[in-house]
Write a protein that binds this ligand. Sequence first.
Ligand code: NAP
Length: 259
Amino acid sequence: MDLGIQGKRALVSASSKGLGLGCAEALAAAGVDLVMNARGADALEAEAARLRTAHGIAVETVACDVTSERGQAEVIDAAQGVDILVTNAGGPPPGLWSDWERDDFIKALDANMLTPIAFMKALLPGMMDKGWGRVVNITSQSVRAPIPALGLSNAARTGLTGYVAGTSRQVAPHGVTINNLLPGIHATDRADSLDSGVASQKGISMDEARTERAATIPARRYGTREEFGAACAFLCSQHAGFIVGQNILLDGGGTNLTM
Ligand code: NAP
């Protein structure tokens, strides 16, 4: 399917690995020029070079921490005038409700709520002026079905979800859509770190932890970054202009809901 977005330009934050990279690559394959970001410059430059060569697109890189004010300013500066925004950042650590202090919540809110909001505030006006734009926020299945050990993530991401529910309806008249993609377990470094938490908590191997977690998913496997990226690219396509303010689960059926 031709996504109809060749020649457009996108910012994908936190995109040197995992789900962010999956989104960047799927957009690149659709002919979209990119601004890519991550803290570590080596992986970022390597992936940017790979996407330029593989897809013949322009890629600008900004190596910085998007949760810092300075990092956000650098990324926003590089991304002026983008047509597409995909927001992403690392997820907060797991734990127990009693582990977390105010500073832990502030960090989680910065990463998974206030950073995407800052990007939307800065970049939506340009999209609205052009009468066309697409925003996809990478959140989590925990927004629909909170995961007890991910209290920091549950708290921050539901805040973002509430913001998007209202904002998406306010910008839709200008041809701009905002939607959230909610990953279940995908095979990325983040999944490895959660697997290793399960392994050490239960005294089992990483492989055993992975098998146990995969068995909880009706599809009986982890998702891939390529599948995730393809869904993101579709939401950013011409065909998705009537999809507004939705929270779309990509979880192999793991979240058992009727709606
Ligand atoms: P990942 O494989 O660990 O990749 C994270 C990417 O984000 C890397 O490129 C990393 O590069 C970059 N990054 C992290 N923190 C950053 C920061 N502060 N500033 C700029 N770049 C940053 O993670 P993932 O699995 O793709 O997960 C992406 C998001 O989806 C996370 O919020 C995660 O919690 C959420 N999620 C993932 C799953 C899953 O199963 N994978 C499930 C539900 C939700 P650097 O480290 O070099 O900065």
